[in-house]
Every structure is written in C-alpha cells, then in structure tokens.
Write a protein that binds this ligand. Structure first.
Ligand SMILES: Cc1cc2nc3c(=O)[nH]c(=O)nc-3n(C[C@H](O)[C@H](O)[C@H](O)COP(=O)(O)O)c2cc1C
Length: 172
C-alpha cells in the first residue's frame, strides 16, 4: 500500500497538521490540507482533524465526502488524554463517523494563545462557568481547567505509530 496513501488535515492550531506530517513521513506519502476537490479511487485517504466541543473541525465537509460515498480513514486530535474511552465517546456523539473505514483518537495539545478569537471566547466563557462552581468541581472539570490555563504539547515520537503499523501492515 506504500505510495497509495494520501494524508490530509484540517488544523486550527497546528497539532493535527503536525501529526499528519509525521504519518506522511512514516508512510512516504503526500500530505496536504483538506481543500482538495478531486479524490482518486486508487488512493487511501487519511484525514486528521481537531475535536472542538465534542465535534470535529470540518464536520460539514466530512459529512459531504461520506455522502459522496468516499471511504475515509479519520484521525481525531484533541486535548484529552483519555484515549480509547474517548474514541468510543466521539463515535457515539458523532454518528456519521461510523461510516469511516477506520477511526482513531490521538492526543494533540492545547495552547489558548494559538486559538482564534471565537475559540478563546468559548474557552474563557467555559472557565468562568467552572470558576463559579469552585469547590464542587469534578476531577474531570479540574483537569479541564488545568489544561486550559497551562499550554501543553502531548505529541510524542510514537503518537502515530499504531496508525503507521495499520497501513504498513496492509501493504499489498
Ligand atoms: C473551544 C475549544 C473546544 C475544545 N473542545 C475539545 C473537546 O471537546 N475535546 C478535546 O479533547 N479537546 C478539545 N479542545 C482542544 C483541541 O481539540 C486541541 O487543542 C487539539 O489539539 C487542536 O487541534 P488542531 O490545532 O489541529 O485544530 C478544544 C479546544 C478549543 C479551543
């Protein structure tokens, strides 16, 4: 399958783009933003995109591509470290993702300063709401607050290894 995979991404603050570039390098494939209009049947497409408030960045575009009957592999990138459990949650909250050929979740990172104005406002609003709860915060909410006030980069050398193995293993 080497040479037959095309890696695409949508990325607001660079984490999905970096992970897409890692995979493309590992697979010797091309990588570009999900702006292309022409999809070729002989290629296997892998799309990396960020999670925003439980939804995928570019969900309208993805739904359109699924409607066209394209078979896509989707890699979602978020701030949470919850891994496998989060994969199930995302699938149950975004039913259209069940059409993906394969689906993964990978931790990216978070940096409020890199976020666009609207996203910064959303985060600030959420933090203000949590602050009002003060002592009654759940541990999940406490983690969320910590994550929002401290920038972090959760991308590791091996972040895309399982995905790379998946495609290398499928080589024909
Ligand atoms: C407004 C907002 C909402 C977010 N919601 C989630 C979320 O629901 N789950 C999650 O894991 N990460 C969430 N994040 C974090 C992003 O998914 C994370 O920073 C990701 O690495 C961004 O990838 P990108 O820069 O490629 O778009 C959110 C970030 C912002 C700014």
């Amino acid at each position: 399958m080497e040479g037959k995979v095309k890696v695409l991404y949508l990325s607001k603050t660079g984490y999905s783009r970096r992970l897409a570039e890692f995979l493309a390098k590992g697979l010797d494939s091309s990588v570009e933003e999900l702006k292309i209009k022409k999809f070729e049947k002989e290629y296997e497409y892998v799309v990396f995109t960020g999670v925003y408030r439980g939804k995928l960045n570019g969900k309208k575009k993805l739904k359109k591509l699924f409607k066209k009957g394209l078979s896509l592999n989707i890699v979602t990138v978020g701030a949470t470290s919850k891994g496998k459990n989060y994969e199930h949650k995302l699938l149950s909250q975004n039913a259209y993702l069940n059409q993906a050929k394969y689906f993964w979740y990978i931790q990216g990172g978070f940096d409020l300063l890199k976020c666009k104005f609207r996203d910064r406002l959303l985060i600030r609003g959420m933090l203000a709401g949590l602050k009002r709860k003060q002592n009654s915060l759940t541990s999940e909410e406490r983690d969320l607050v910590k994550m929002c006030v401290t920038p972090f980069d959760g991308i590791k050398e091996g972040s895309v290894q399982a995905i790379k193995n998946h495609f290398k293993g499928n080589q024909v």
